[in-house]
Structure formats: structure tokens, C-alpha cells
Design a protein around this ligand. Structure first.
Ligand code: ADP
Ligand code: MG
Ligand code: MG
Length: 891
């Protein structure tokens, strides 16, 4: 068992601001010697910076898993000892009204979970102590304030009273001491009525109960939900920090606040923060009071009210940033003109800021390129391509709040998390509108398109959480009123009912009383820099799934090295082509089919030509027609009638033809290369179009032709024969010696994976269609099982959805087997992945570990794939990055 760790400095020992700054620069690059897996992130950082001389109030950390966190009675002597030692360090005495030692009891897990667990401040004051303190200290307001706050937190978190019962304790705006005396008495009575006389615990008993309660807050509902959402191990547990209070509520020379070393919204180098004079910390994070900005020209800014502390704070924060090599989120309190640091951690930021900051820090020499790449969570880089409104309409503008997280969102007004979920079930998007969000709203925030709050500033819970989720958010929209009884809101007096549409712009803070149309987003130049670095370090190729010119252009813009999957069926989905396709499928004889295929042929040539020209000299992988023909058939009456007219046949006759073509299990029916074998004219048309377009476009792209859904080498042999024949015909027409191309097959049925050694000699490449392979290996019909998967995930049967992240033990092993057998049967075989898993960071890690040569994913997920691939490559060479990675990937 790890033992208790003491840290911190008393007032007399703390360094001056200039000294902290110098020391921090001296020790630049030093490793944090305290393990966050033992002491928690908050505790390890506090102990570390305290030792470097930063002004941290003294305290001690009870490590994760320590007995003191579970059973109180047996280990009381350990607690007494620790408190004694702390008392000596701080020259205060617990339970002594003349030298009162008040304590804060804080949680701290290995990964920071802002606001998800509890904190109790002002422990160590009780009824008697409070009364005698009133006699010993002149600052009566401060004593009342501490006692009120204590009664509130302790009765809620230790005695389990509902917050509503005692909320008046801290919310009440008392004007006089008599007012306060009255409130305190009233609440002492309420608490006594609810819990009996034991409410008046001795300080050390308070402490041990508080420790147990804070340790237990690891398992509270919102913390569990947060961990699930962020993939944090549920079994880790929390450490508990016991620390001397410093008082931001000691009058006009005292304050408490939060500062980010850089702007967490846009990432600019200007520190940004908020503070409240004469208050304690929870006032700021809970968003119950709207704070003032730290640095502004306003008379209320810290820069203006406490200029010396402000300068110290900036120096301190810059030193911390340099020390950790990352943007810091710092909690501070000023007690009577003296600055104290209460917490420092890597700051949560918008995807936009996270990219900008990484690039700036490299330019400033604080970190190197590899560290910068590791500092960005790959799952958020695509969010940078935020949505904006296509156009805005001032007619509907109903005022502004504070912009807190990027992007535009449109949805119906939802006044509760429950309503958000109800709408989600109906596939309706929502904007969660609340006075201020509490961590209980987490699930609703997660499912809403955007968040709008009436109170709080840009460090309030809503703002911080929304940024981490990459969700548009506006806070502090004071002109918006919520009427819960009527279930509506008023936007500058304009009534909007729950369920009616509004639009919010997280970049400008504008609120509109209508559903505006959303457009694609603008690019951020720093993203290109990051993508260039990623391309430099990654070891596998990254291709795009692109079916049309627009996709191809985006693919190149985001850094794809080619097209790994062009699904030719998508070329048939516009109205005109669809009816030709339908007529072709329904026609019974081959000549009639060919009549329609000729018309489709012309269109395909044009499609392929434009793809080839756009892709220049890059790889273009074209997959021959794959989906079940069944999928093209018309369903409703009007469509059938329309087709009958087009084809010049009777509607009834057409209906009979259609029903003879229907399949009951189409995904395992007439699809993939089976189409090419049963109806060679279809594949012949496509192959001819590919080669003709290739010759006509004079493109130098590397042409790959891919055969879908194979289960045996004979299928490959037949299609290959077709491809070869047509290639030589086209060569003759264009007077060429040869057309360079490669042939590959998709591996998407277990049999193909198992027989890889037989298939490999027939082809140049394998492309694993992981969507179908997951479907066929697990026997899960992707279109039918979403509810079942949700149930499995919720009940822990699956730890994740196997259609988003590869099922390593099952599907993954098949892929691994196929790659190694394929490679041994054909030394020049190339292997790749296409399908949704190609842009999932966890899956990419696995794919790289089994030796794939490329991954292919949709164009706007290319940044995710590139960054993940680079992170794997960097970590693989074990470059020992210490602090910078919020979301480390390890192989
Ligand atoms: P969280 O993990 O939710 O941020 P913290 O443990 O950081 O919880 O505590 C919340 C707030 O309580 C802090 O922002 C700080 O303002 C206040 N606080 C914590 N410890 C102390 C202390 N020793 N003295 C004064 N205020 C404190
Ligand atoms: Mg807390
Ligand atoms: Mg904190």
C-alpha cells in the first residue's frame, strides 16, 4: 500500500512570483516524480509544483486504494498523524478556534474528470467552534460565510439531504450579520430535524466522513457516465486530497478564479480566465454566479482590481505551461492579497484550439512536432471542419449570449435531458436550453446538437463540457427566459415552445428563432500544418473512400494519397441513371440489358475520366458493382408506374417481374462478384468504361480494380479473365502496348479470409471490407441490430460497437490470419482496410500492429486516420512523451 504524501508550503516558505518563474524555467523538462496512477492527476501535479516552489497550500494525499478511503474507524490513528503533521506545517490547529485549521477535501483520479466528483470545503468548523470563532476573529462575515458553505456542502454530501432543502444557505443574499445569524439558525434546525444531533460532528469526525464521501463520489452516476463517454477505466478509483483552505471569501482583497494559459476556444496566445471577488471556488465552476473576465479593459477585471496579483498569476501560468509543455487550466485563489495555486492540469479546449495551440507551441520551441502530434485527440480533428450556417437571417436574430464552443447547431428547444432523449429516439435534433447545466445533464448534452444556457461564463460546466465534446454552445444568454411550467422559452420576449426549432451559432453567440440551413465549414491553416507533420511520420498509406469528383477533391484537400475505394454503385443513384439501371436489371434477355447498359456506359466513362484526372498520379481503386441488385428495384406504386411507362410495358407485368427478382436475404444474395458471373454484361460494361476512361483521360493514376464479395479463387479467375480480355481490346483500339493496372479482391466473408493463401496468388492486393466482414463473421445484420448493440453495450456484453471499432478477438484475428497467410502465399501482396473502421483510432492501432499497408476512409475522416497513423508510428518508436498527451495511444 502506498503511504500518505504530504505537500505544500506555508505562507512564510513560499517563493515570490519571480522565483517560481525562474525555478520553473530552470527545471524545464524535469519529469513529474509523482505518479498520477497513485496520487491522482490533481494530487500528483500539486505535490510536484509545490516542491518546485509554486505557492500551493499545504495538504496531504491519501493514495488511490488506501484503506483510509474505505473504512474510517480502524485507521483513525493514521489520519490523526497526518492531520497533526499538516497542522505543524501550516501552524494551525484543528478544532482550535483561535488558530483554526479549516480543510478542503478533494477528489483526484488519474484522468481529470472536471466537476464529476465532489469536493467539500471548510471542513473543521462546527456549531461550537463557529460560535467561539465569532469571538476570536474580527471578520465576522467571513466566519458566517464559511460556516454557511460548510453546512450546505456537508449536509448534502455527507448527510445526503436534498440540495433543495438547504440551497438557501448559500444562495441567500444576506445584507447584515443579523440576516446571516437568522439563516444559520434556521438551517441548523432543518439539518438537526433531518439527521438528529449527530450533525454537530467533531472536526476530525467531519474529516473522516468527508474523506469517505469524496472517495465514494467516484461511483456517482455522472462520474460513471463521464468515464463511459471518455473511455476511462471504471476500476481505477480516486485519491483524496486533504488541504488547508485558503480563503477567497475574506473581503474585497480576496478572490477566486480559473485561468487558461491560452484561449481554449480559438487557441490564441492570450491567457483567458474568469474570477469572482470575495467568493469561494465552487461559485465559479458551477456557473451559479457570472464572473468577470481576468484581462479586459473593464474596471472589474483582475488586471484592474488587483494588478499585482494579476502579474504574478500570468508569470505563474506561463511557467506552468512551459513546465508541462501544454496549455494549462489553473485554479487559483487570492486570500487577502496573496496568490495561491489550487490546481493545474492540461486545459480542455475546442478542437480548433487544440490544433492551433499544438502548432504555436512547436513554433515557440516549447514542444517538438512529434509531441504536438501526440497532444491532439484524433477523434476531434474532423470537428474542425465545423458546420456553419449557409446564410443567416437577421429577421430571426433574437440576441446574443457568450460564444463558448464552436460551430452552428439547429434543433428543437429541449428544456430537459429527458426531452433530448425522447427526441433522439424520434431522430429529431435538439438544442438543450437550461439556466445552467449541472453534471446531471451530461447525457442530454451528449445527445443534443447544441447547448444554450442563461447563466455562467465561459468556464462554467456547460462551456467546459461542450468544448470537450466538440458541441456548439452558448452560455450566459441573459435575455433568454425559461418558463418550465408553460414548457417554453422567451427569446427577447418572443415565445418558442419546447419542440419548436431554434438555431445557435457557437462562434458569434447569436441565437435565431428558426431552423437555419447548415453549410460546410472553412478550413483552418494550422490543420494543414498538423496534417503535413502527420504525413511525415506515419508509416502506412492513407486513402479515401470516394465515389465522385467532389469526394475526390475533398480527399486530396485533406491529405489522402489516393482513393482506396470507389463504390461504383453510387454512380447509379441519381434519378435518370436509376431508371436505366432498373430497366436493365428487370429486362429478361441479354440484348435488352445491353441496350440500357450502353447508355450507362457513356455515363460511367465520364465519371471515371473525371476521377482519374482529379487524382492525377495517385492510386484509384475501383470496385466493380457490389450491392444486391434487389436494392435497385422500385418500391412504391408511383415509381413502378413511372418505370413501366419508360420501358413501355404494362404495370402488372412489371410487378410480376419485380417480385420474381426480390430476395429475402439480399445482403447474402445476388451481389458482389456473383453479379459479374451471372450477368457478365454488367461487369464487362464497367471494365470497358474504366479502361476507356483511363486511356482518354491520359491520367497517370495507378489503377486498381477490385472484385467484391469473393469466396473462392475460381470467381477471381473468371473476373480476371474478363478484365484481361477487355484490357487487350482497349489496347488495340487506343494503339497501346499495355495498360498498367492491378487486380485485387475484397475480403469480406470469413471463408475468403480463411482461404487467403489460395486467393493471394491470384491477386495483387487484398482490401478488407470490415463492415461486411464484421457482419458476416459475427452474424450481425448491420441494418437491423442497432437496438441490440445498444443493449449489449449498455449491459457490458460489448465494450463498444463492433461496427465502429474492430472486434479484435474475432474479426481482427481473421484479418490477421488472412494477412499473414496471404503474404506468405504472395510476397508482393498489398493489404489494406476499407470501411468505417479505417478511421477509428483504436482500430487503426490494431491494423498497424498486424502489418496492413494502407487504410481507406471517408474524406472528412482522413484527418483522424492520418493523425492516428502518425501517433502509432511515433509511439511505436517509443519517444517517451511525458505530459503532453491527453489521449495517449500506445502499441
Ligand atoms: P474539481 O475537480 O471539481 O475541480 P476541486 O477539488 O478542484 O474540484 O475543487 C473545486 C473548487 O474548490 C476549486 O476550484 C477551488 O476553488 C475550491 N478549493 C479546493 N480546494 C481548496 C482550498 N484548499 N482552498 C480554497 N478553495 C479550494
Ligand atoms: Mg469537485
Ligand atoms: Mg478543480
Amino acid at each position: 500500500m502506498n503511504s500518505i504524501l504530504h505537500f505544500g508550503s506555508s505562507v512564510s516558505e513560499a517563493f515570490s512570483a519571480q522565483e517560481w518563474a525562474n525555478r520553473a524555467y530552470d527545471i524545464d523538462g524535469i519529469e513529474n516524480k509523482y505518479d498520477k496512477f497513485i496520487f491522482g492527476n490533481k494530487g500528483a501535479n500539486l505535490a510536484f509544483i509545490a516542491e518546485l516552489g509554486f505557492p500551493v497550500p499545504p495538504g496531504f494525499i491519501i493514495p488511490i486504494g488506501h484503506e483510509l478511503l474505505n473504512s474510517q474507524a480502524k485507521y483513525e490513528n493514521i489520519l490523526y498523524e497526518a492531520v497533526d503533521k499538516l497542522g505543524q506545517a501550516s501552524k494551525k490547529i484543528i478544532g482550535d478556534a483561535k488558530a483554526i485549521m479549516l480543510l478542503s477535501v478533494r477528489s483526484g483520479s488519474p484522468y481529470s474528470m472536471p466537476g464529476m466528483m465532489d469536493t467539500i470545503l471548510n471542513i473543521g468548523i462546527n456549531r461550537d467552534l463557529f460560535r467561539s470563532m465569532l469571538m476570536h476573529y474580527t471578520d465576522k462575515v467571513w466566519i458566517y460565510d464559511c460556516y454557511q458553505r460548510f453546512l450546505y456542502a456537508y449536509s448534502v454530501l455527507v448527510y445526503g439531504l436534498s440540495a433543495d432543502k438547504v440551497i438557501g444557505l448559500v444562495k441567500h443574499h444576506a445584507k447584515t450579520i443579523e440576516d446571516r445569524e437568522h439563516i444559520v439558525k434556521k438551517y441548523e434546525n432543518i439539518i438537526m430535524q433531518n439527521v438528529g444531533s449527530i450533525y454537530d460532528d467533531a472536526p476530525i469526525v467531519q474529516l473522516s466522513k468527508a474523506i469517505a464521501s469524496i472517495a465514494a463520489s467516484w461511483a456517482n452516476e455522472r462520474a460513471v457516465y463521464y468515464r463511459k463517454m471518455h473511455d476511462i477505466d471504471d476500476k481505477m478509483g480516486t485519491a483524496v486530497i486533504v488541504q488547508n483552505m485558503v480563503f477567497g471569501n475574506k473581503g474585497s482583497n480576496s478572490a477566486t478564479g480559473v485561468i487558461f494559459s491560452r484561449d481554449p476556444i480559438y487557441g490564441s496566445k492570450k491567457p483567458m480566465g474568469e474570477y469572482i471577488i470575495n467568493a469561494q471556488g465552487e461559485d465559479i465552476v458551477s456557473g451559479t454566479k457570472t464572473p468577470y473576465a481576468i484581462n479586459s479593459s473593464s474596471n472589474y477585471s483582475l488586471q484592474h482590481t488587483m494588478p499585482q496579483n494579476y502579474n504574478e498569476l500570468l508569470q505563474c501560468v506561463a511557467a506552468l505551461e512551459k513546465l508541462y509543455g501544454d496549455m494549462q487550466d489553473v485554479e487559483f485563489t487570492i486570500e487577502d492579497g496573496r496568490l495561491w495555486i489550487l490546481q493545474t492540469r492540461a486545459g480542455k479546449r475546442t478542437p480548433h484550439a487544440s490544433i492551433k495551440i499544438a502548432v504555436d507551441m512547436v513554433n515557440d520551441g516549447i514542444i517538438n512536432e512529434k509531441q504536438a502530434l501526440l497532444s491532439i485527440n484524433p477523434n476531434i480533428v474532423d470537428k474542425i471542419l465545423y458546420r456553419q450556417f449557409k446564410y443567416t437571417d437577421e429577421k430571426y436574430l433574437r440576441g446574443h449570449g457568450l460564444p463558448a464552443s464552436h460551430g452552428a447547431a439547429v434543433g428543437v428547444v429541449a428544456l430537459s435531458a429527458e426531452y433530448v432523449q425522447e427526441c433522439a429516439k424520434q431522430g429529431k435534433s435538439t438544442i438543450l436550453v437550461r439556466n445552467n447545466t449541472s453534471p446531471e445533464d451530461l447525457c442530454g448534452m451528449h445527445m443534443a446538437e447544441g447547448i444554450l444556457t442563461m447563466h455562467g461564463g465561459s468556464t462554467s460546466h456547460a462551456a467546459v463540457v461542450a468544448r470537450a465534446m466538440g458541441k456548439p454552445c452558448i452560455v450566459g444568454a441573459k435575455h433568454v427566459e425559461i418558463d418550465l411550467i408553460q414548457a417554453c422559452i422567451y427569446l427577447n420576449g418572443d415565445r418558442i415552445n419546447q419542440g419548436e426549432y431554434i438555431s445557435i451559432d457557437g462562434d458569434s453567440g447569436a441565437i435565431y428563432s428558426t431552423a437555419l440551413e447548415l453549410a460546410q465549414s472553412k478550413a483552418l491553416p494550422e490543420l494543414d500544418i498538423i496534417m503535413n507533420w502527420a504525413s511525415k511520420y506515419k508509416t502506412i498509406k492513407v486513402f479515401a473512400n470516394a465515389d465522385c469528383a467532389e469526394d475526390a477533391i475533398n480527399a486530396i484537400r485533406y491529405g489522402a494519397e489516393g482513393i482506396g475505394l470507389c463504390r461504383t454503385e453510387h454512380m447509379f443513384f441519381n434519378v435518370e441513371r436509376l431508371s436505366l439501371m432498373r430497366a436493365m436489371i428487370i429486362s429478361k434477355n441479354v440484348d435488352a440489358k445491353k441496350h440500357y447498359l450502353e447508355q450507362l456506359y457513356v455515363m460511367q466513362v465520364a465519371d471515371f475520366s473525371s476521377l482519374f484526372s482529379i487524382m492525377h498520379n495517385k492510386t484509384v481503386t475501383i470496385r466493380l458493382l457490389d450491392p444486391p441488385l434487389h436494392e435497385f428495384l422500385p418500391n412504391d406504386d408511383i415509381e413502378i408506374e413511372h418505370l413501366a411507362n419508360n420501358m413501355g410495358i404494362a404495370k402488372d407485368a412489371l410487378c410480376i417481374m419485380i417480385s420474381s427478382l426480390r430476395e429475402s436475404n439480399a445482403m447474402l444474395g445476388k451481389r458482389g462478384c456473383r453479379i459479374g458471373i451471372l450477368h457478365p454484361e454488367i461487369y464487362e460494361m464497367q471494365i470497358r468504361a474504366i479502361f476507356q476512361a483511363f486511356c482518354e483521360s491520359k491520367s497517370e493514376c495507378k489503377l486498381d480494380i477490385m472484385i467484391p464479395f469473393t469466396i473462392m479463387k475460381h470467381e477471381i479467375a473468371i473476373i480476371k479473365g474478363m478484365i484481361k480480355d477487355i484490357a487487350s481490346q482497349i489496347c488495340t483500339i487506343y494503339d497501346k502496348n499495355e495498360i498498367p493496372y492491378k487486380i485485387g479482391t475484397m475480403i469480406e466473408i470469413p471463408r475468403a479470409a480463411l482461404l487467403a493463401y489460395e486467393l493471394a496468388p491470384e491477386v495483387d492486393f487484398f482490401s478488407f471490407g470490415t463492415n461486411d466482414l464484421t457482419q458476416t463473421t459475427m452474424g450481425l445484420s448491420r441494418d437491423d441490430v442497432s437496438e441490440m448493440i445498444r443493449h449489449y453495450v449498455d449491459n457490458g456484453l460489448f465494450t463498444f460497437d463492433p461496427f465502429s471499432s474492430i472486434d479484435v478477438e474475432g474479426v481482427g484475428i481473421l484479418i490477421k490470419h488472412a494477412i499473414s497467410n496471404g503474404n506468405s502465399a504472395n510476397a508482393s501482396l498489398t493489404t489494406g482496410i476499407c470501411g468505417e473502421h479505417g478511421a477509428d483510432p483504436e482500430s487503426i492501432k490494431f491494423f498497424i500492429s498486424i502489418g496492413v499497408d494502407y487504410i481507406s476512409c471517408s474524406p472528412n475522416r482522413i484527418p483522424i486516420a492520418l493523425l492516428s497513423a502518425a501517433q502509432c508510428a511515433i509511439n511505436r518508436h517509443n519517444l517517451g512523451v511525458k505530459y503532453h498527451s491527453q489521449f495517449p495511444l500506445e502499441l
